[in-house]
Design a protein around this ligand. Sequence first.
Ligand code: NAP
Length: 323
Amino acid sequence: MLYSYCGHSGVQLPRLSLGLWHNFGSVDDFGVATQMLLRAFDAGICHFDLANNYGPEPGSAEVNFGRILREQLASHRDEMFVASKAGHDMWPGVYGTGSSRKNIIASCDQSLRRTGLDYFDIFYSHRYDGVTPVEETMEALIQLVHQGKALYVGISKYPPAEQALAYKILKEAHVPCLLSQYRCSLFDRKAQRQNFQLAADSGSGVICFSPLAQGLLTGKYLNGIPEGSRAAKQSGFLQKSQVTPERVAAARQLQQIAEARGQSLAQMALAWVLADARVTSVIIGTSSVAQLDNNLQTLDKLSFSTDELQAIEAIVADPALSF
Ligand SMILES: NC(=O)c1ccc[n+]([C@@H]2O[C@H](COP(=O)([O-])OP(=O)(O)OC[C@H]3O[C@@H](n4cnc5c(N)ncnc54)[C@H](OP(=O)(O)O)[C@@H]3O)[C@@H](O)[C@H]2O)c1
């Protein structure tokens, strides 16, 4: 595994991190989830990305992660960097969602109980909710650090103005933002344009989610929607309507470039996100150990020639691809 420092901090993260949004819930195969987590840890993936609502059912990914940790990795807690978040819908009701102090503090306590952890290495505000003042949310994150429930804090998906304000508040409280989490892939480069430089300038690391556009950048949808894939699953967040002819055609063209580089399309797509010097790590999601192994080989070839980058740009420049 390769490791990289988070912004201006002494913390290193693996360049590939594992996310538990899908495939670790109560609806999923616990045996496969266990194998993926153990394989990831053995391969040096020591950063695990959770959130209160990951499942389904919401909360069950944290419960399963805690169980695997207790049963298989209990003596390795200090070799891991574990993240959780609060801010998206957890249950219907006024205190089941949002970025208020009430929700952030209570949600962190619930996540600690579900995982059985004493503290999170990083706790994020999962989103700017459009209502709660950034000051209120940041003060709640700062309080978690002061209480010893989180070592570091982060923000996820904050628009530029709120992102800059969050950095300022956190810096003034001497609890700097360790990581800024944004969606980034060959099909979604908005954060690269709008948010990454702000993060880099403030000393925050950048960590990217959905680097494979939930599977669209793997070649698996080139011949329709396979059974068992995220787009086919009832509980999957990738909608069938998002598997458009334009994205499939682009994936087919990108796969040719990947093959010429001696990589799978997934490996090239991950390497492309990692090629941005501001990016500390990408969070991958996998539904099998074979996918995880395939993605780990990304690290064998991270660099791109100018010709390759130009050929990729010519394909992904089409605005119809982004979502
Ligand atoms: N902060 C936020 O708001 C936020 C939002 C979303 C995600 N995240 C984090 O980011 C993590 C990753 O997101 P993501 O799961 O959308 O990432 P992704 O890497 O874009 O998509 C993962 C999916 O791609 C497919 N896949 C992965 N490797 C493959 C391979 N080698 N060959 C074929 N298919 C492959 C699998 O789909 P199949 O299931 O179809 O096999 C897998 O479930 C999440 O788990 C979560 O921790 C954060």
